[in-house]
Design a protein. Structure first.
Lengths: 200, 170
């Protein structure tokens, strides 16, 4: 990730010199700190809010219900998470939030799930599979898209639902195949949190 | 359709009502959970700062757009609409950027091949780089190359299948 960020910065500078967008670049640079601050506050607030909600959901048994519903799916994708544990509950809630298209809830719950997975020393493969569930964005009703298409005057804004589901499923399948190929039967734990990694 | 806009508040209401029925200490438990969430947020903030500024630079300098223009003839030749190429480029990097590009594409004709492909692409992919950065920063773990490869495989499959599926469906 560190190397990638350096490459992105270098490419941006080179690109702006070639394209003659130095003015936009300098404006964007001073603006980006402000934008990030805004993003940080929003993210922190939504993480706090949904972590609080998840704790309530766990206390009243809702998490266990969702867990049972998605267990058959998750057991195959992530065989090494312990049943009934904190990680399993959060991973299930994250999957449910993704399916319902609740992006604002899915991200903070997903972050909490990553932390729980690492506390339970999940394997690297499990982390990659979990990440994929979030980046492939399988959702039942892409609400934002339908709203935007309606606004643009589409004749039938909701007719993309089925193609979107098919495409997400295929993309997820392709990603999962690559996870299985790349990680094989790897079972070693990641030992994160106990051993902070330095940024290269 | 308006009903699904209420999904998130409805989920909250459901949780709160269930908690009230089960006589859970709502304020106390919520506060404990929220505090944990805030701590996690503070821990991932430094990485977020760096990643977001790098992405903003790449996008605002026009580098990404120029690159998209460069490869769009080749993509069009392979059956992927040239108009949707910039979206495919920005999508893994920036959610708000992708939304702006998407609105621009569909503003002309929301039911054209390019617009439909763009919509399917939007719906079946995510801001992959941002998600990887945030999720891995939260556990202070370095994302290894395999994480990027597998996620980008899924994204790339999303690009390819979006055009194919739209052709198939309409």
């Amino acid at each position: 990730m560190g190397t990638l960020i350096a490459v992105m910065f270098a490419a941006a500078i080179a690109g702006s010199l070639i394209l003659g967008t130095e003015n936009e670049m300098s404006a964007a640079f001073s603006q980006s700190a402000l934008d990030t601050a805004e993003l940080a506050v929003t993210l922190a607030a939504s993480m706090a809010f949904w972590s609080g909600m998840m704790r309530l959901a766990k206390k009243c048994g809702l998490v266990d219900t969702v867990c049972r519903a998605v267990r058959p799916l998750l057991r195959r994708l992530m065989p090494d998470i312990s049943p009934g544990g904190e990680a399993q509950g959060l991973v299930s809630m994250n999957a449910a939030a993704n399916l319902l298209g609740l992006g604002n809830a899915a991200a903070p719950i997903g972050i909490a799930a990553m932390r729980a997975l690492c506390r339970e020393e999940a394997s690297r493969r499990t982390l990659a599979a979990f990440l994929l569930l979030n980046t492939a964005s399988v959702q039942l009703i892409p609400m934002t898209l339908i709203t935007l298409r309606t606004k643009a005057g589409s004749a039938s804004p909701a007719d993309i639902v089925l193609p979107v589901i098919c495409c997400s499923a295929l993309a997820l399948a392709a990603g999962l195949i690559s996870v299985f190929l790349l990680y094989g039967g790897e079972g070693c734990s990641c030992h994160c949190l106990q051993r902070p990694q330095s940024v290269r | 359709m308006q009903l699904s806009l209420l999904a998130a508040p409805a989920v909250c209401a459901l949780i709160l009502i269930a908690a009230a029925v089960k006589r859970v200490d709502i304020i106390g438990e919520f506060t404990l959970g929220a505090r944990e969430g805030l701590q996690a947020a503070v821990e991932l903030m430094p990485t977020l700062l760096l990643t977001v500024s790098a992405i903003t630079m790449l996008y605002r300098s026009g580098t990404l757009g120029a690159f998209a223009e460069l490869i769009s003839p080749a993509a069009a030749h392979l059956g992927f609409p040239a108009e949707a190429v910039p979206l495919a480029m920005i999508r893994p990097l920036s959610g708000s950027g992708a939304l702006a590009v998407f609105e621009n594409i569909i503003s002309a004709d929301p039911d054209s091949f390019a617009s439909r492909t763009a919509a399917v692409l939007m719906g079946s992919t995510e801001t992959t780089f941002y998600t990887i950065a945030v999720y891995f920063a939260a556990v202070r773990l370095r994302a290894d190359a395999r994480v990027f490869i597998s996620s980008l495989t899924a994204d790339f499959a999303g690009f390819v299948f979006s055009a194919l599926i739209v052709r198939l469906f309409y």
